[in-house]
Design a protein around this ligand. Structure first.
Ligand code: GLN
Length: 470
């Protein structure tokens, strides 16, 4: 059931928050043993909140599942890492959690993710395997794989994820749910465990575009605890939701429909584009010429920021601490060696390398310059079109690969989702049908809609139209 329809039932007295939680708990007991979306959940604490929920508030009595890298007071926040799994408990609520609570919502459940959100399959979680509810032999996508899988599996009504280079949109696409990455600065990052601070944003994963709008409405807006969160008014995202696409100009970037895209994905995305055109949108070809540099740029900038952010995990301040250290250096080294998984170590090494003296100019400064060119591509495009349409990922969900997965190949699969983060613009993934792939009869495909910075109202309006033509 959507959040929107549950709201109506709650207000009509047809269901109670406690009954919703009980049903979710039943679904988790029945199905999550296979899906593995939840790392933990505290039903008792949620029930206590349900008992005093104010149903007149915008999300009153609605449980929301939370990616396990967003702090909720008193709950674990493992980040999918052995480093934090042993003993860390959040000492405070992230701003998004504070805002959800103020709107009456109940944070319920800690959702699996790639370790420190580094990955595209949730296979980098050090703690648990999450399976795609559409086919248990396949990945749910990542890094917000637990959030997406639970919504698809109907063990969550809606979830929060984080998106640094596609981690909300790509699992949403692979699991057949809606996933919104807000513009950089739209939503506070305070209380999100930082991966790459200039790219990270928190956003919703939901059954419908309207649900995504309702959650964004609550979590968006300025925050004195995050200086990168913009002090600009939050528009009414529901007001223009049904305005349709008649007369809007939508751009198809030719660089997003070239080589390497699965024919079934292309067919579904093109059908969705045709559906929007049939509703009166004008579709024009555009060019985003620096697209080919997005992967290389991202995989310099994001690891650089990660290597710096993750230096706080030193065996002293947080989580895992190596036993019987010989001295302080030994303590740092062994705590990090034991606590971090292979992908996190790879990113730290990459990031430290590109920031080191002698290489800084060649890699990091250069990547920052290319990042500006990528941003300008979008600025130019948005002088011509209202929004941009594209695939989310080159293929539907792949099968589990474990250590046989080549990291470079995995990085390349992020090609369609990285640029919006580098440019700071907003983007959404909306289910646009299913296709056969690699032995599977039908796997979900997402349409990606990219909007200008702070253009979420326009984005949601187009997404709603796309959802209705499905
Ligand atoms: N797949 C990308 C990465 O591994 C993006 C992850 C994310 O958005 N958190 O870095």
């Amino acid at each position: 059931m959507t959040l929107t329809s549950l709201r109506q039932q709650l207000l009509a007295g047809e269901i109670t928050p406690a009954a919703i939680l009980a049903r979710l708990a039943g679904g988790i007991a029945a199905r999550d043993g296979q899906t593995g979306a939840y790392l933990s959940h505290d039903l008792e604490a949620a029930m206590a909140e349900a008992a005093r929920a104010d149903l007149t508030l915008p999300l009153g009595g609605i449980p929301i599942a939370i990616k396990d890298n967003i702090n909720v007071l008193g709950q674990p926040c493992t980040c999918g890492s052995k480093f934090l799994a042993e003993n860390y408990r959040s000492p405070y609520d992230a701003t998004v959690i504070r805002k959800l609570r103020a709107a009456g919502a109940i944070p319920f459940g800690r959702m699996n993710l790639d370790e420190f959100a580094m990955g595209s399959a949730t296979e980098n979680s050090a703690l648990q395997t999450t399976r795609n509810p559409h086919d248990p032999a396949r990945i749910p996508g990542g890094s917000s794989g637990g959030s997406a899988a639970a919504v698809a599996d109907r063990t969550a009504i809606a979830a929060l994820g984080s998106d640094t280079g596609g981690s909300i949109r790509q699992p949403a696409s692979h699991c057949g749910v809606v996933g919104l990455k807000p513009s950089y600065g739209r939503v506070s990052r305070y209380g999100l465990v930082a991966f790459a601070s200039s790219l990270d944003q928190i956003g919703p994963l939901t059954h419908s575009v309207e649900d995504a709008a309702r959650i964004l409405q609550v979590i968006a807006g300025a925050d004195p605890m995050d200086s990168t969160c913009l002090e600009v008014p939050v528009p009414d995202y529901l007001a223009s939701l049904d305005a349709g696409v008649k007369g809007l100009k939508l751009g198809l970037p030719k660089e997003y429909f070239g080589e390497g895209i699965d024919p079934g994905v292309r067919r579904q995305v093109e059908a969705a584009v045709a559906g929007l055109a049939a509703q009166g949108a004008e579709v024009v070809e555009i060019s985003l010429p620096h697209t080919t540099y997005a992967v290389a740029t991202y995989y310099v900038v994001a690891p650089a920021e990660a290597s710096s952010n993750l230096s706080r995990f030193d065996g002293i301040r947080y989580g895992h601490r190596a036993a019987n250290p010989a001295d302080v250096l030994d303590l740092y080294q062994r705590s990090r060696e034991e606590g971090f998984g292979p992908e996190v170590k790879r990113r730290i090494i990459l990031g430290t390398y590109v920031l080191s003296s002698g290489y800084y100019d060649a890699y990091y400064s250069r990547a920052q310059k290319v990042r500006t060119l990528i941003r300008r591509d979008f600025e130019n495009a948005f002088t011509r079109v209202d929004a941009i349409l594209a695939p989310v990922a080159p293929t539907p969900a792949r099968q589990f690969g474990g250590t046989a997965i080549d990291p470079l190949h995995e990085y390349l699969s992020d090609i369609f989702t990285l640029a919006p983060n580098l440019a700071g613009i907003c983007a959404i993934s909306v289910p646009c049908g299913c296709t056969g792939f690699d032995g599977a009869a039908a796997l979900p495909v997402g349409l990606q809609i990219l909007g200008p910075h702070l253009g979420e109202a326009m984005l949601l309006r187009i997404a709603r139209a796309a959802e209705q033509t499905r």
